[in-house]
Design a protein. Structure first.
Length: 318
């Protein structure tokens, strides 16, 4: 009897899911960037653009006329992604360059060549990220999540900030996550040497993204360079590659989850929306303002993280 009830229940749920699939998909796809603004003559840099949200962002921005530099740790994968974008749009202006955010030497080498080869940078999109990887350290000994997601992008932005200012109006877009709600900055053990949990390390790095954007927005006042952060939604991408459980979850509930193209909409919105031309230091989700958890909007923590980051990277950023 119990088995019969379970089977009948599952049959009802499955039928409902099939019947309402188009509506569920429409709701799950979230906000869409409706801006038609063109980016002809603009230079855009996107980190982690060989797959997922970054690749779809690159595709959209090239279609708007931008010259897009795809900064990827694996150039071969980057070239494959660029080729697939070009296949659909042969006029797409794309260039793949090597950037490993887990190695400050690679970041410095990338920035040096970028500054040599480009006169302008109008939009910097700090998109690359890792999630729930086993405990690993970057080439400089930083825990991987804080090292790649926060410190790597912190150094990259520092090295390119002069060019962004000279190219103003310019925008910096920081891809954070709703996961910041579950994280906090563990100043006493930033690199999780005492205890490690991949999920918490990811959440910490996403709070760091928000605090970085917040403090940077303060420092960029009056420069015509804006910085905003965002949550892309729950997106079916390679981000879950280190967690079998998450991969199973994504497959089972794919109907409720955004495609990478849908997940790229808020990034694109922050990069191009006309109404955001002077908006800075804000956080968006589904192409609309969203609320930040208290730990992501604490000015003192933001300032402290800034100082700690500068110290770890051996830089002075006034
Ligand atoms: N997917 C979601 O549900 C979700 C939700 C909230 C926030 N986000 C954020 O969205 C951003 C993009 O994620 P995604 O979903 O598009 O994931 P993804 O498909 O895994 O893309 C991540 C990108 O980052 C690159 N990357 C990783 N480590 C790198 C390093 N050391 N140096 C340079 N690039 C590196 C990856 O390169 P490889 O391919 O070579 O590894 C890949 O191109 C991330 O910041 C993530 O935290 C995603």
């Amino acid at each position: 009897m119990l088995l019969l009830t379970i089977v009948a229940g599952l049959a009802v749920v499955t039928t409902l899911l099939i019947l309402f699939a188009p509506y569920i998909r429409k709701y799950a796809s979230g906000g869409v960037c409706t801006s038609t603004s063109r980016l002809d003559g603009k230079t855009v840099l996107i980190t982690g653009a060989n797959t997922g949200i970054g690749k779809e962002t690159a595709r959209d921005l090239t279609m708007r006329g931008a010259r897009v530099i795809m900064a990827c740790r694996d150039v071969e994968k980057g070239e494959e992604a660029a080729a697939s974008i070009r296949a659909a749009d042969p006029k797409a202006q794309l260039e793949v360059r090597r950037l490993d955010l887990a190695d400050t030497c690679s970041i410095r080498a990338f920035a040096k060549e970028f500054l040599r080869d480009f006169d302008h940078l109008h939009i910097l999109i700090n998109n690359a990220g890792v999630m729930m990887c086993p405990y690993t350290k970057t080439a400089d000994g930083f825990e991987m999540h804080i090292g790649v997601n926060h410190l790597g992008h912190f150094l990259l932005t520092y090295l390119l900030i002069g060019l962004l200012k000279r190219s103003a109006p310019a925008r910096i877009v920081v891809v954070s996550s709703l996961a910041h709600y579950f994280g906090w900055i563990r100043f006493h053990d930033l690199h999780s040497q005492g205890s490690y949990n991949g999920g918490l390390a990811y959440c910490q790095s996403k709070v760091a993204n928000l605090l970085f954007a917040r403090e940077l927005a303060q420092r960029l006042k009056g420069t015509n360079v804006t910085v905003n952060a965002l949550h892309p939604g729950t997106v079916n991408s390679d981000l879950t590659r280190h967690s079998t459980l998450m991969m199973i979850f994504m497959s089972l509930f794919s109907i409720f989850i955004k495609t990478p193209r849908e997940g790229a909409q808020t990034t694109i919105y922050c990069a191009v929306a006309e109404e955001l031309h002077s908006v800075s230091g804000k956080y968006f989700s589904d192409c609309a303002p969203a609320s930040v958890a208290p730990q992501g909007r604490n000015d003192q923590t933001a300032k402290r993280l800034w100082d700690v980051s500068c110290e770890l990277l051996g830089i002075e950023w006034e």
